[in-house]
Write a protein that binds this ligand. Sequence first.
Ligand code: PLP
Length: 404
Amino acid sequence: MQYKNKNLYIENINAHSLAKKIDTPFYCYSFDKLKRNIDEFKKNFSTINPLICFSVKSNNNLNILRIIKNFGLGADIVSRGELLRALKAGIKPEKIVFSGVGKTADEISFAIKKKILLINAESENEVKAIQKIAKRKREKVNIGLRLNPNIDARTLGKISTGRNEDKFGITGKNLIKILNKFKNSSNINIKCLSVHIGSQILDHRPYLKMIKVIDNIIEKTKYKFDYVDLGGGMGIDYNLNSKKLNYKKYNLIIKKFLKKNKVKIIFEPGRSIVGNVAVLISKVIYVKSSSRKNFIILDSAMNDFMRPALYGSSHRIVPAKKNQSIVKKVHDFVGPICETTDSFLSLKKYQKLNENDILAICDVGAYGIVLASNYNLRTKPAEVMVSKSSFKIISKRENINKLV
Ligand SMILES: Cc1ncc(COP(=O)(O)O)c(C=O)c1O
């Protein structure tokens, strides 16, 4: 995304012209940015040669999964639907790991049938359920145990997953018990120790603590895991304040761990691969002025893009055409939905805006379209992929008549 002569471009496509061809709001992705993010992620960890399983929950567009697969990544899935979608995209089962606290018997059975790499179990009862199904099928199934390392990743409370009070994973003590109880099972093979402490992590120190806990468990149990799955969580720079995760340090921490422990590392990144790859192109419906502020009422809403309403997260909003006149008044960018929380951003000043102006809500590629809903009986938006000077609709806007 860049400005040329005050006009916003996604690769070589003018955002304003694109909004004349496609009904707003719509998600607009850049192929080049996606490719560069994947290349960079690989480069950051090239010395440890990990298996990178893209977290499908962050974006499950079939076209995007196909691109990701073509760049050699596997998938981290959390439901039967995501597994089906990953397979449909051509991702090989031996590159798929299954996470989640509540896998049903049907989902476990399907994952076993498809021979995926690992089912990462999150409780003793889940391990029992996998064993029971595997026994019935006369199979020996590869599983992982997800550790809850009791670490606060110091990110948004609502996306923290690694503290004992969070529902995810198994405490260290229980994990050791489960390991001892099931390590000689004829129907399950405990191959992996997995962990995921949260999302939007910009500080390497929680990862350092996490690795120490893992190292401790391996030392205590002397168990030979084939894989250590470190999850995802790598944060991105939403507000351009240059705060970035120090990948060099994270990589060094892992390298040190690998000197002692001969395992294959798995990552499950979502946000760091697709987060900054898309904008939500929106149109101003009305500018509503009061003495205290201007409400910029957009045609996109919390049903199209939920993160600000759900997590209180903040995303930059930039104009498709820049102008010089600055209005020094609070601007609240809101959607048309009948909820006060349907609000994207509040700024102290903004350039002068008029009805029909086009704006782009930034960094919406992860946890964007996947969280879209039909609230207020609104259709989910289209998704468009731009590559150099061409674009392709990779998911159509829902049809209002069908929906009704
Ligand atoms: C188990 C697991 N792995 C990976 C991810 C992806 O996290 P992120 O998008 O922050 O990289 C999540 C996200 O919640 C998760 O729960």
